[in-house]
Design a protein around this ligand. Structure first.
Ligand SMILES: Nc1ncnc2c1ncn2[C@@H]1O[C@H](COP(=O)(O)OP(=O)(O)OP(=O)(O)O)[C@@H](O)[C@H]1O
Ligand SMILES: [Mg+2]
Length: 357
């Protein structure tokens, strides 16, 4: 674990409400081993580091970050598809961190996932009716199952007559609708959408996003919506958490985060979004690549690329000492707007591009 203290202000995010999901100091390090008979650990991938956030009932929390920043690992930790190295997950009032498979079973139906590639997550040998209907099959009554499945198909915009067709007979967008219907069949409380529209054409993306929004109201759903694409999460999210190299570096309402980003990483991501924060801003290109999660930088993991740290030091080759040595706690910079940064951006402050070597 990093030296990060208990996050001070998580409850300040939305006072008064009980979270459906509370993630605290969640950490996952994947061991990398060598050797065939005697496996020895040679390194660890710091996939998720000391991540804390809440998801409140009925809201959509967007989780954004570049490829490899730890979004899917966070999702797999919440659903307990993998075990955490440390930290805790509370779901619907239950501390599930140490739950066994058997203890998780009744909760499995409460948390469903929708994936990027519906085709690989749908059994090609099952009809749509079987795929969507399998949760009902146990309850018996073939005709009832069929009626329920056809209602769901209708609700997600599929032709209920296509009950007996196979996944390959549908288009990409329709297959994602099958994935949505399957997730809904169990009446879950939480749906984790992991890049659900990334493989789809832009016009189809909007249809699926609209569908998800409509379903949220009808079925009282809570979403964790994962995407590397800021323009996708913006409209569907109530609040957004931004990840970089395993850390959550900023959390705020979608509007606040877009209009008034506090973390230099968020600001640089936004500067690359065409319809970003309105006129007048320029694109900030970060120096270098994302460092390896096997050997992440000390201090703030973003300091090696941070334009703000260079603005503070006044030199493209230097960053302030605290950025290099201590990870900043995720603290409240403005009401309900958290950032993990020693030098968060002020309202209207623009990042200047540092002239790098
Ligand atoms: N089973 C595993 N073993 C070792 N390393 C892993 C494993 N799963 C993920 N990782 C590593 O953990 C880091 C985070 O991966 P993760 O899949 O969570 O990222 P992501 O944000 O979902 O990325 P993407 O946008 O590409 O889906 C990456 O460096 C990845 O290579
Ligand atoms: Mg992923």
């Amino acid at each position: 674990m990093s030296q990060l203290a208990e996050p001070r202000t998580m409850t300040a995010e939305r006072p008064g409400g009980d979270a459906l999901v509370s993630v605290r100091n969640l950490t996952k390090r994947f061991p990398i081993t060598r050797g065939i008979i005697f496996q020895r650990e040679i390194a660890r991938v710091h996939a998720v580091e000391d991540v804390s956030f809440d998801i409140f009932p009925g809201e959509t929390l967007g989780l954004v970050g570049e490829s490899g920043s730890g979004k899917s690992t966070t999702a797999r930790l919440i659903t307990k598809l993998i075990d955490a190295t440390s930290g805790s997950v509370v779901f619907d009032g239950q501390e599930i961190t140490g739950y066994s498979r058997r203890q998780m079973r009744p909760l499995r139906r409460e948390m469903q996932m929708i994936f990027q590639d519906p085709y690989s997550s749908l059994n090609p040998r099952q009809t749509v009716g079987q795929i969507i209907g399998s949760p009902y099959a146990i309850q018996g009554g073939e005709r009832n199952v069929r009626r329920r499945v056809q209602e769901l198909m209708n609700r997600v915009g599929l032709n209920p007559e296509h009950f007996n067709r196979y996944p390959h007979e549908f288009s990409g967008g329709q297959r994602q609708r099958i994935g949505v219907a399957r997730a809904l069949a169990l009446s879950p409380k939480l749906i984790i959408c992991d890049e659900p529209v990334s493989a789809l054409d832009v016009s189809i993306q909007a249809q699926i996003l609209n569908l998800l929004e409509g379903l949220q109201q009808d079925f009282n759903l809570t979403y964790l919506f994962i995407s590397h694409d800021l323009s996708v999460v913006r409209h569907i999210s109530d609040r957004i958490a931004v990840m970089y190299l395993g850390h959550v570096v900023e959390v705020g309402s979608a509007e606040e985060l877009y209009e008034n980003p506090k973390h230099p990483y968020t600001a640089s991501l936004l500067s690359a979004v065409p319809q970003g924060t309105g006129g007048g801003h320029h694109r900030v290109v970060l120096a270098g690549d994302v460092p390896s999660p096997i050997d992440p930088p000390p201090g703030c993991v973003f300091h090696t690329r941070c334009p703000k740290a260079r603005m503070v030091s006044g030199s493209p080759d230097e960053v302030p000492e605290n950025c290099r040595t201590e990870f900043p706690p995720l603290g409240e910079v403005e009401p309900r707007h958290l950032a993990a940064c020693w030098y968060p951006l002020k309202a209207g402050e623009e990042l200047r591009q540092a002239a790098h070597r």
